[in-house]
Design a binder for this molecule. Structure first.
Ligand SMILES: C[S@@+](CC[C@H](N)C(=O)[O-])C[C@H]1O[C@@H](n2cnc3c(N)ncnc32)[C@H](O)[C@@H]1O
Length: 233
């Protein structure tokens, strides 16, 4: 077994315990999540979906769909001929999302699953677009390339990926530093942490199509749309 494969396997095993903690945190938060994040986060998510510009008939996956706010908008964007998939670690979040989507009366074109971003249960090159909103920055540094590798694998040639995430390359440096300090102190409560998404994307073979630096109460956020820059092996 090569070094890279061993390293990937060790990262996956280490991820199991941190992900179990993450799952129970989001299970507990799920009934209150919409109340806690109403307002600015909705606007950022909507701006990111607009940048991704989903088209009727497209097949799209959201990784870490939470309570399903973005899934509902995706269903409307891809129309009757499209299809929407969602994957999330937390059963509690999935329950809330399912309730929300039932109201759209379009459950027949939606597939929801509980699972891990590190192992997407989808065929290679099966998605026209992917969406991740405040999810990539929950992962440990060693896990981000694994998750982005999975994203590249399931995207079809020319497929796009839309991201909205906390970023240390936007917003106020003072607020970012303060938040990062608090994240290091209380990682189980403040589980998201600002990352450098453009560096991760470039390292994992994506090229950026559009970028919009934003902020959430001074905390840096980036909205990015990218596509796979390498030809799939
Ligand atoms: C901060 S919430 C964001 C939810 C939603 N995307 C939004 O914008 O409101 C992160 C979500 O990612 C899920 N999540 C965390 N780690 C994950 C993983 N490794 N694989 C899949 N989902 C994960 C959590 O259960 C949670 O629903």
């Amino acid at each position: 077994m090569g070094n890279e494969v061993v390293h990937e396997e060790l990262s996956r095993r280490a991820a199991i315990s941190t992900h179990a903690r993450s799952r129970s945190l989001y299970d507990a938060l799920s009934p209150w999540y919409d109340l806690l994040t109403a307002g600015q986060e909705n606007a950022l998510r909507a701006a990111a979906l607009k940048a991704l510009a989903l088209q009727p008939g497209e097949h799209v996956l959201e990784v870490g769909f939470g309570t399903g706010t973005a899934l509902a908008a995706m269903i409307a964007a891809v129309g009757e001929t499209g299809r929407v998939w969602g994957l999330d670690l937390s059963l509690g979040m999935a329950r809330v999302a399912r309730r929300r989507l039932r109201n759209t009366r379009r459950m027949s074109c939606v597939g929801l699953a509980c699972g891990d971003a590190l192992r997407l249960p989808l065929r290679a090159a099966s998605m026209d677009a992917l969406f991740l909103s405040f999810t990539l920055e929950l992962l440990e540094a060693a896990e981000i390339p694994i998750a982005l590798g999975e994203c590249r694998r399931v995207l079809c040639r020319g497929g796009r990926m839309g991201l909205v995430c906390l970023s240390s390359e936007a917003g106020s440096p003072a607020v970012n530093n303060l938040y990062t300090w608090a994240h290091v102190r209380w990682p189980r409560v403040l589980d998201c942490h600002p990352i450098r998404p453009r560096e991760w994307l470039a390292a994992c073979g994506f090229s950026i199509l559009t970028r919009r630096p934003m902020s959430l109460w001074g905390l840096g956020v980036e909205i990015l749309v990218c596509r796979s820059a390498r030809v799939q092996p």
